[in-house]
Write a protein that binds this ligand. Structure first.
Ligand SMILES: *Cc1c(COP(=O)(O)O)cnc(C)c1O
Length: 372
């Protein structure tokens, strides 16, 4: 079986370094808010091209605490509307509703699965105060145009970069475009910890300080609490492991792009919608970190079963859109979203892991092409 994502093999590539980093933490006597966290925050901020990085417990907290900080700073208030793509992972929506803000779900552009400036402009209302842009599957949204629109309408922009570490457009990486950006380092993400972890990146020092306090019981100074905060901190162990994994991020993203190009060239299934056209080069793919290689088929269940029989494991990202989840059953205001619903019925993610061999990639291609 070609596994969807073989985390064990992925981490085996830097096993000795991970063990060395873990040993250093064990022997240091510092486990929370020590030098490893500071070092990772600095290197990840530099990687993204921003001034501040705040480590938090996970990606959901990165988004939730940023919106909360804007409320504490008086930039957002209860009931303000936040534009967000309807076809996102539910965490993006949870961060909005947890803060008693109103999600305005917008259909994505069908070819990119992301919002663009035109779809956001068409959805704006007088109550819209922020945009939560999701760089879904690893493809960065057209941020130059989105930021121009946001500046014109004085909207806050939060990027959900949980799937797009390193993706770049117009010379800037995911995480450096919005007023802030949330990252997840869940083990299966392109930059993954060996447990839960997340971070916020921003160039706004006031926002950075507020998020840091909110994630630490609302405290800037020990035993003095300015906010009713929470406990959401990146720990020394995960930070040390992430510093090891960060060194490999670019080469692993490069390998993901190579695999994506091989899929785009090799897959000959006219009824399948592919995420990129054939004939592109590696430089054309800088805007895509290929967290996932998502194809679409009107006969998804049959395709998935066929691939499974051929020894190829696939996953559906995601089977049910957020607005159709039981959690939001009483929120009919989220609306009717036919394109998003069709996307959720048709998408299928092929294996795309940096440890896949060319032979395995060819096996996936043959398996897809033999689907009748
Ligand atoms: C994974 C993910 C999150 C949440 O990250 P966690 O670390 O699992 O909390 C948020 N948004 C998107 C788009 C994700 O893929």
């Amino acid at each position: 079986m070609i596994p969807f994502l073989d985390l064990k093999s992925l981490n085996a590539q830097c096993r000795a370094e991970l063990i060395d980093a873990a040993t250093k933490v064990i022997d240091s006597g510092y486990y929370i808010q020590g030098p490893q966290v500071r070092a990772f925050e600095e290197s990840f901020a530099a990687y993204c091209g921003v001034q501040h990085c705040i480590g938090v417990a996970n990606g959901l907290d990165a988004l939730t605490l940023t919106l909360r900080a804007w409320k504490e700073l008086g930039l957002l208030k209860d009931g303000d509307e936040v534009i967000v793509p309807a076809n996102t992972y539910i965490a993006s929506i949870l961060a909005i509703t947890e803060n008693r803000l109103k999600p305005l779900l917008v259909e994505p552009v069908e070819t990119t699965y992301n919002l663009d400036a035109a779809s956001i402009a068409a959805a704006l209302t007088p109550a819209t105060k922020a945009i939560l842009v999701v760089h879904l599957y690893g493809r960065i949204a057209p941020m130059a145009q989105i930021m121009a629109l946001a500046n014109q309408h004085q909207l806050l922009v939060l990027e959900d970069s949980a799937q797009s570490h390193g993706a770049m457009t117009d010379g800037k990486r995911a995480g450096a475009w919005g007023h802030a950006s949330g990252f997840s380092f869940y083990p299966g993400k392109n930059l993954g910890a060996l447990g839960d972890a997340g971070a916020v990146t921003t160039n706004d020092a006031t926002l950075a300080n507020t998020i840091r306090a909110l994630g630490n019981y609302g405290s800037h100074k020990k035993y003095e609490n300015d906010y009713q905060g929470v406990n959401s901190r990146l720990d020394e162990m995960q930070a040390a492991l992430l510093s090891v994994r960060l060194k490999y991020l670019d080469s692993q993203t490069h390998r993901r792009r190579e695999i994506a190009l091989q899929y785009a060239e090799g897959i000959r299934q006219p009824e399948l919608v592919q995420p990129i056209a054939a004939g592109l080069s590696l430089t054309d793919l800088r805007n895509h970190a290929f967290h996932l290689y998502v194809v679409r088929s009107a006969r998804r269940a049959e395709l998935q079963q066929h691939l499974n029989e051929q020894g190829v494991q696939t996953i559906i990202h995601y089977p049910i859109p957020p607005h159709a989840q039981k959690a939001y059953m009483s929120w009919s205001c989220l609306g009717h979203l036919p394109l998003t619903e069709r996307i959720h019925e048709e998408v299928l993610s092929l294996p795309i892991s940096p440890v896949m061999s060319d032979d395995q990639v060819q096996d996936v291609i043959s398996a897809v092409n033999s689907f009748a």
